[in-house]
Design a protein around this ligand. Structure first.
Ligand code: NAP
Length: 243
């Protein structure tokens, strides 16, 4: 079903984004791998070894013009844009009483506005195609909040509103838009947390394990393939948050 389709994953040089790109490649999709600072040749080779094409495009998705260029390059190279995964994200943690304006703004600019930027430019292509799937990487923190992450939680909660509004606007043309809310996934983003914080987190995970990029990637591919699920938030969190 995804064979020969074009899937763009933002921030896909490592972590969850890379796992998502690999999972789509396993299903035969051609990959547009967006990165900000750099990407290993090995990562591209790993994707191509699955028998698909991989186009690596450097772009800062928080920049409106760079996001437009990224989307246009993807469409020009492969002729379509079937799936957009907004994965790029950062954290700048701190208690709100000490959080700098820059730490708030930069997180919102990348995590939330970055997704708006790509959706804004991808939607015209998908509307003309009358098909497409958009998946945004939110977080359980966007649902329940987290002390020390007011900026990050606000950006991830904002993504849920963006997801539902986009889903409603684009549904008439057969385009779906959903969000994934991962819990604690072992990547560079969570590697910086202390053992004490990790132990505390584990106490709140009924399945008693941290997730992997692959756990998230499988959920993203599931949503991309389903034409009748839209406007939803799927938690991939070992049971941490049960709605
Ligand atoms: P990660 O290992 O830190 O990777 C994040 C990626 O995003 C990096 O490759 C980074 O590139 C890229 N990126 C950052 N800013 C960008 C920009 N402006 N334009 C393009 N790319 C940019 O993080 P991760 O754990 O894989 O997280 C991936 C997504 O899942 C994020 O949205 C995160 O918030 C979300 N999430 C993660 C967890 C978790 O437990 N790990 C839980 C919930 C949600 P550079 O290295 O070049 O900056």
């Amino acid at each position: 079903m995804l064979k020969g389709k074009t899937v763009l994953v933002t921030g896909a040089a490592k972590g969850i984004g890379k796992a998502i790109a690999l999972e789509f490649a396993k299903d035969g999709a051609n990959i547009v791998l967006n990165y900000r600072s750099n990407v290993d040749d090995e990562t591209i080779k790993e994707i191509e070894a699955l028998g698909v094409q991989c186009l690596a495009v450097k772009a800062d998705v928080s920049d409106f013009a760079e996001a437009e260029k990224l989307i246009k390059e993807a469409k020009a190279h492969f002729g379509s844009l079937d799936v957009l995964v907004n994965n790029a994200g950062i954290t700048r943690d701190g208690l709100i009483m000490r959080m700098s304006e820059d730490d708030f703004d930069s997180v919102l600019k990348i995590n939330l506005k970055g997704a708006f930027n790509t959706i804004r430019h991808a939607s015209s292509i998908m509307l003309k195609q009358r098909s497409g799937a958009i998946i945004n990487l939110s977080s359980v923190v966007g649902i329940i909040g987290n002390a020390g992450q007011a900026n990050y939680a606000a950006s991830k909660a904002g993504l849920i509103g963006l997801t539902k509004s986009t889903a409603r606007e684009l549904a008439a043309r057969g385009i779906t838009c959903n969000a994934i809310a991962p819990g604690f996934i072992s990547t560079d983003m969570t590697a910086v947390l202390s053992d004490e914080v990790k132990e505390q987190m584990m106490c709140n995970i009924p399945l008693k394990a941290f997730g992997t990029g692959e756990d998230v990637a499988k959920a993203v591919v599931f949503l991309a393939k389903n034409r009748y699920i839209t406007g939803q938030v799927l938690n991939v969190d070992g049971g941490m948050v049960m709605n």
